[in-house]
Write a new protein. Structure first.
Length: 116
């Protein structure tokens, strides 16, 4: 039976990746020191190298701004749909009551008319 995979905290991954990036110890030494597989240390180091350029880029605030704008637009649409739904519910109940009155009126007219 296979057990669950071990999950590491982001801070732990960053610590291990930074140590691997420094190059003071070999990957094998770092892996045995932190009780993780050497391939995992290599992956974390590679991921750190790939993400370093984004730390200093202006793209992240733009993405966050775009995400916030999208969220605001979606909330606006949700609000509009709620208003429309309430309006439809209100008018549907009015329409149903009107139809019921019309049906009652037709029924009472049928009762009042003499048969020919």
């Amino acid at each position: 039976m296979l057990g669950m995979r071990k999950q590491y905290e982001a801070a732990f991954k960053a610590k291990v990746a930074l140590e691997a990036l420094k190059g003071e110890k070999t990957i094998a030494q770092i892996a045995s020191g932190y009780s993780v597989h050497a391939n995992q240390v290599r992956q974390w180091r590679q991921h750190l190298l790939e993400m370093l350029s984004e730390v200093f880029s202006n793209r992240r605030p733009q993405q966050e701004r775009a995400r916030d704008e999208m969220k605001a637009e979606l909330y606006r649409q949700i609000g509009q749909l709620k208003v429309e739904l309430e309006w439809l519910k209100k008018n549907l109940s009015r329409s149903c009551r009107k139809e019921a009155r019309d049906d009652r009126a037709r029924t009472s007219e049928d009762i009042r008319r003499p048969a020919m």
